[in-house]
Design a protein around this ligand. Sequence first.
Ligand SMILES: [Zn+2]
Length: 148
Amino acid sequence: MVVYSSAKCGHCGISWTSLNPNAPSQSFDKIGPPVIRCSTCLKDNKTKWKLPRDLNIIEKLINVKGKQVFGILFSLAIIIGGFYFGIGIYLETDGGLFEGLFFFCLGVIPGVIGLKNNLTVHTDLDYLERKFDKNGGFCWSNEIYSTI
Ligand SMILES: [Zn+2]
């Protein structure tokens, strides 16, 4: 096994440049598959990541709960901001419907997406552990990354 620091296979050197859209949406600071099997050369790469269940209580608080709570609050704040500025601009400007809608969408759309992502964190983390177990102790590189 080779420990790698950048996103590429330590055996055949193929680069994994972008995250697979099906991979969990949280950042890979600490959480991720501890072993990634290269889908090109079929060899295992050991990573610095841990599965969510292997985190200690402090790491869990910081990397799962803390981020989730922060993400939810942040999303709610920009949704409220979207309402506040959108409606405010609409009311204050004469016929400023377009401007009002623009600011409304600017806050509400990313806010709702952020809220959805943060509320489904556990589903995503379960997906990661399920894949890992189903494969027999690794994730395939193409389950986590795309090569393009
Ligand atoms: Zn490889």
